[in-house]
Design a protein around this ligand. Structure first.
Ligand SMILES: Nc1ncnc2c1ncn2[C@@H]1O[C@H](COP(=O)(O)OP(=O)(O)OP(=O)(O)O)[C@@H](O)[C@H]1O
Ligand SMILES: [Mg+2]
Length: 411
């Protein structure tokens, strides 16, 4: 594998830590050339609770991917999720001293610089993760996505800003560095997942992406073609497992097995079939009815959807997301989850799987890899935008890295 265009995604989840090594070819296509995965340890709901355990699992995941790819990696792009993430939208303007000026990358950088100066994140104990352009308005009239090369006398930029609580961010960076790994950049989970699963027309129509993992439900709302809102709620599949464990007095491992083997999101699909399980610490098996198991799953999933629905209503997005809802993350594998979501959101729902890549699809073509693949795609898009405008191709890892560093504050 050539080192020129290699990007590495380190997806630190509550149930698994996945490392994907991506190679971008000359035409800009992403090929996954390395895959490593280990069970996660020391993370709960997007919060690091046992730093040493997390570092050790990260090291194992990266080692596994390096072995598969047959090459050592330089640095990683890491994900951020958890209730400590927040977002806001902001606008800035630049007026040129002339009636006509051709807009350049420097003008867009200036807009972003103005937005970033206003933020003063450290005063509020925050760290800026993304400043994502939503759209630009030229001469107070024309809304454009890519204004470079166009003429205007003034330009307004609208941006979506993602921030993380400074201490959560520092802790995450430290556990990765303590594993002996360099972090090149960070991507927030809701941004990564939606990058992997959405089609441009869905963003245009307005859509909600829910990545329901083991510990967090990452929410992303797109409106008029761009990202409008993100949130990472501390709820997920682990709670369903724990509900089953409590109700039937079985171990967490047994509950997880029951959920995967017999689970369904709709109580009405429950049957009178009897399942034999061993209660925690007991030698005698007990019998539970399938319908009771399914009922437990529906109750918790409904609660997660209701929390999201309430939030969308409060924020006033419910009527502006004509494209409906895309469900992804491991929990999206639950049978009938689409039907349950449709009955709660009263809109179209589909299951989102990662797209726009080749390689390792036997492993990653599933909803639980939306974040990992999306991280690679997000990083790829980030470097290809300035390249497209300059017409240069990166050659060598140093140029690749310096580009990432240079544009880190742009996006
Ligand atoms: N077939 C299935 N039916 C029901 N639940 C499933 C199924 N497959 C996976 N899950 C659940 O998906 C969750 C794992 O999803 P995922 O791998 O996306 O989470 P994660 O990335 O480790 O965690 P997070 O992103 O929340 O920190 C677990 O709770 C698991 O039980
Ligand atoms: Mg995840």
């Amino acid at each position: 594998m050539g080192k020129e265009n290699i990007i590495v995604a380190l997806d630190i989840g509550t149930s698994k830590i996945t490392t994907l090594i991506g190679d971008i070819d000359d035409t800009g296509e992403l090929h996954i050339v390395g895959f490593g995965e280990v069970p996660s340890s020391g993370i709960e709901k997007g919060v690091i609770v046992q730093p040493a355990a997390v570092s050790s699992a990260i090291r194992k995941s990266v080692d596994a991917a390096e072995n598969v790819a047959g090459s050592k990696i330089g640095g990683v792009i890491a994900n951020i999720s958890g209730a400590h993430l927040e977002c806001r939208n902001d606008t800035e303007k630049v007026e040129f001293n002339t009636k006509q000026k051709q807009i350049t990358v420097a003008d867009l950088n200036q807009l972003m610089e103005k937005v970033s100066q206003k933020l003063q994140p450290h005063k509020d104990n925050l760290e800026v993760i993304h400043i994502l352009p939503q759209k630009y308005i030229l001469d107070d009239e024309d809304e454009v996505i890519d204004p470079i090369g166009l003429f205007a006398s003034k330009i307004e930029g609208r941006f979506h800003i993602v921030l993380d609580r400074l201490n959560a961010f520092t802790n995450l960076k430290k556990v990765i560095e303590n594993a002996g790994i360099k972090v090149i950049d960070f991507v927030a989970n809701p941004i990564a997942s939606s990058t992997a699963v959405l089609y441009p027309e869905e963003k245009e129509m307005g859509i909600v992406v829910l990545d329901i993992g083991a510990g967090t439900t990452d929410v992303a709302v797109y409106k008029d073609g761009s990202i409008e809102y993100i949130r990472s709620l501390p709820v997920g599949g682990n709670q369903i497992t724990m509900d089953i464990a409590h109700r039937f007095k079985v171990s967490k491992e047994e509950a997880e097995k029951l959920k995967i083997e017999y689970g369904s999101a709709l109580a009405e699909t429950g049957t009178e079939d009897v399942i034999e399980v061993f209660p925690r610490g007991g030698d005698e098996p007990i019998q539970i009815e399938h319908s009771e198991l399914v009922d437990t799953i529906e109750a918790r999933l409904s609660e997660i959807f209701e929390i999201v629905k309430k939030e969308l209503n409060t924020l006033g997005y419910s009527s502006s997301v004509q494209g409906g809802v895309v469900l992804t993350g491991g929990v999206a594998n639950t049978p009938y989850i689409k039907d349950l979501a449709e009955s709660i959101f009263f809109t179209d729902v589909r299951i989102g799987k990662p797209k726009n890549y080749t390689g390792f699809s036997d492993k990653v073509a599933y909803p639980q890899y939306a974040t990992s693949v999306g991280m690679l795609l997000f990083a790829k898009n980030k470097i290809s935008i300035p390249l497209a405008t300059t017409g240069h191709n990166p050659s060598g890892m140093d140029i690749f890295r310096s580009l990432i560093e240079k544009i880190k504050n742009i996006f």
